[in-house]
Design a protein around this ligand. Sequence first.
Ligand code: ADP
Ligand code: MG
Length: 673
Amino acid sequence: NVSYKEDIKATRQSLPCFRSRTDLLTMIRENQVSIIVGETGSGKTTQLPQYLYEDGFTANGKMVGVTQPRRVAAMSVAKRVAQEMNVKIKEEVGYSIRFEDYSSPKTRIKFMTDGILLREVLLDNDLDKYSCIIIDEAHERTLNTDVMLGILRVLLQRRKDLKLIITSATMNAAKFSKFFGNAPQFTIPGRTFPVEINYSKYPVSDYVEEAVKKAVNIHLTTSIESGDILIFMTGQEDVEATTESIQEKLLEVYRKKGEASTFDEINNIEIFPIYSSLAPELQSRIFHKLDKSKRKIVVATNIAETSLTIDGIRFVIDCGYSKLKVYNPRIGLDSLAITPISLANANQRSGRAGRTSSGVAYRLYTEETSETDMYGSTIPEIQRTNLSNTVLLLKSLGVENVMKFPFIDTPPMQTLLNSLYELWSIGALDNFGNLTKLGIDMTKLPLQPSLSKILLNSIKLGCSSEILIIVAMLSIPQIFKRPKEREKESDKARSRFFVAQSDHLTLLNVYLQWKSNHFSSQWCAKHFIQGKSLEKAEDIRKQLLRVMEKQKFSLTSAGSNWNIIRECICTGFSHQAAKLSGLKRYVHLRTGMHTQLHPTSALFGMGDLPSYIIYNELLMTSTEYLVCVTAVDPFWLMESGLLLYDIKKKDEINDYSIGLLGTNSKLNNNEVE
Ligand code: ADP
Ligand code: MG
């Protein structure tokens, strides 16, 4: 296999990083912290860890740890590096993402999500297993990256031998340098080619439709050799819709010409969707080189913006939006919202067309919109998301006053206060803001605080087997399929699983039926259920089960008493409770915000809607939807201290004020007036 090795060697040496190899290693050896800036595709992620490995940074038996903001990226680059080093994954090169650990004592280069490294700090405060940490894609400024940078700043004082390398695609480098006492910056010289930018002349009403039109048009009017197409969409749903629609449109054209009768017969094109929850086998296909007579169209979420480099792209189509988690500190709610991207993102997206030669970018928004609706750069996640998990983590690391933690950009005070409140209200913090026994137990589970709480509580309430299933089912996206041409049929299939009063119990029901059908994939297909998702859920369930066994948390079953399961769920989500108001609307109890049930909820079609519910997620589109809802008894909410229920008047006393850390003694005793 000599020629294969030669190929890899040549490819590695052709990357811009390679010419700077010596300089990079010198800088890293001479400084504790280094900042490295380089264009996407210059080799930062795949090459730097190998340079460190080759240069003896792991000779002492320690590892080079590389963090990625995205699971897909961690997995994909690990596989690539293993291939370049000609080793099997889990040996010298490994990766670890939540619920999947492919590392071993042999591993010297370990890719992981930034969240995994945060959990490792909890177990080993000094990160002794590592000689170097690379915080990759730092410009993304994910919540976990920002928190990790703060923790590392303190840790570097204790571990003088630990090297920290921060890589960033574009700007922001100065900010990282300043945060680490003017650490040196190195810019990898690279070359990019000009990209012609085309804005839409008129505002676009349906960006999926418009993107499809553009892609089909490019494919039909340019030669195949002129290059591949990359389309940016916001999430799995519109990625899939775009992919399907391009296939349909092209089939229509080729059918008219009498050249094909099914899409598979169209032999000059392949379309690849990519988003984070796509199965890994399908993800890696986007890197395969196609034969010269074929054009590749990749339809991606912002995962292809900087984390993954796909070679050969000459045309970029950018819808101008992305799905962001947004937190409203005033009302204390987190939601996923489709928001305009920033100008920096727009430039990154267009830039993907000019990596190997000049290219063209089509922006599906007007130039004017880009000036009025887009920020210069995206607001860091830490300033727009719920911080409960972060606060819990910092508390368990012994940070007493989270307001004094060295954040690279400080989060809004109100957000920190809300998180402290939420953690106190679910019993993770005591009245002095210290971790309770429950809070400590919660940090042992790789789940968000509310889910940890219900899982821990279920042990006592006698339904941990069932809650374990529900938690696992909540960790995966989309269980039901809803193919375009068979919507009615699939809706009917779904409704057969409905458990009155609860989407959570509906999930449990799906799982139990799947189990009694011997986990069959045919059964899934027949009932419009995503078999792969259920398998994933089962995998997560088993892993959580292992964590529980290790912690000696016992498994208990509610049998047929499913009421107790609803009560248990209520104990973790009382801060996400709402009351029926009018015919179909719900009012969020703590804030008075108006919302409504998502049309897919099992609570529809059961006659009267329940007066009180808790929900798992809030989806903000043009309307605010509650996703995954369970009816609850107001007495349960009362017990959790959120709702003060006047038994005589049978009405809640709204809007009581509450001291941040529970200084209201009445509430601490759960007294009811
Ligand atoms: P950077 O981190 O600077 O953006 P990378 O190290 O990710 O750059 O990429 C360097 C090169 O390796 C690119 O040409 C990219 O296409 C290639 N590459 C990265 N991952 C894979 C993969 N999984 N399969 C094939 N090629 C890959
Ligand atoms: Mg990279």
